[in-house]
Design a protein around this ligand. Sequence first.
Ligand code: ATP
Ligand code: MG
Length: 395
Amino acid sequence: MRELILVRYGEIGLKGENRPHFEHRLAANLRRALEDLPDARVERGYGRLFVDPACRTDEALARLRRVFGVVGLHPSVETPLETEAILDAALRLVRGERRPARFKVEARRSNKAFPLDSIELNRKVGAHLLEHLDGLSVDLRHPEVRLRLEIRERHAYLYVRDVPGPGGLPVGVASPALLLLSGGIDSPVAGWYTMKRGVPLSAVHFQSPPFTSPRALQKVQDLCDVLAAWGGPVRLHTVPFTRIQTAIRKHVPPELGITVMRRMMFRIAERLAARDGLAALVTGESLGQVASQTLESLAAINDVVRLPVLRPLIGLDKSEIIDRAQAIGTYAISIRPYEDCCTLFVPAHPATHPDRLQAEAAEAALAVQALVGEAVAGTEVEERRAPGDARLPSR
Ligand code: ATP
Ligand code: MG
């Protein structure tokens, strides 16, 4: 008998011929999550992955529940394909649960060579539990304890616990993208949702020293570390943006300042993405939140790039974004009070319906390509990783 964590995954099971590719990626990501637990092992079985955590089950669970692609985790007992061993394991597992309890046994037999079918197994295991444990009763509709039993090719697996994972797809099955990361509440959440669909992330942050403090950069670095704990290392690009901000303030009509500033950010981000082979930009924009987030405004900003721009928060209310930020561990960092470069330059009356032509006319006063080139040349890059031992709050 061994104790294992059985890993259940959903959508990736549906991918037909790509399935082995998805499974390999998920297995690799599970291994990465456990890499500093020296004896932990990940094994593949048909339609399931198994993790042998080498005793550190709780520690392993805390990490595995942050691996995208995982739908559920079940700490399980593995037994030989023998009825006696299965009955013993069932007793041991249910004995550990609270009593008195209403319970149900749910057996699945994918190995048809096993002599008992699932109905016979349910009955036999149920009867064994009733005989040996006081205070139990069977309840098929609303059980307090569900004992699940899988009869597979070489072993049987039994479990009562169901620890939810984040769902989604394993990071690495999609091409990488570049997140515009401000240090606010929204953009890290947008990055999380993008990783959730299998996309590895790089990030870009625009900073305007001395108007922005080094602490604002520290915030962004810390946010990258949290994202890295979910989806692997994040390459953070830090762009010097002071010259551009100053030029905009000097030459662009105040009501168009934000639109032009955003267009400059997008141009620079697209150049950085091309340099690293990144397939899309990602922002934390959500419709209607602020003046720069009307559809007209998004269109005027989007006009300067050809890469797709993903806006995963488009359908979320602010309160939903905040809930998510809290659950994934970015909120406490995002609300640290250091200004980012945009809040400092917000005009009293930004245009809510800027159009492309207005923006272009305003930009005629700027040396756009030279400013973009200079910012790209001055960009610094560092790789951010999850701190090995600083564990984050779980979902
Ligand atoms: P956030 O909470 O992500 O800052 P927000 O609601 O404050 O979003 P804006 O300030 O209008 O909205 O920014 C919209 C988006 O533009 C951000 O979500 C982010 O993707 C990008 N962005 C804004 N400022 C910066 C910056 N200094 N560096 C990188 N990206 C930025
Ligand atoms: Mg912001």
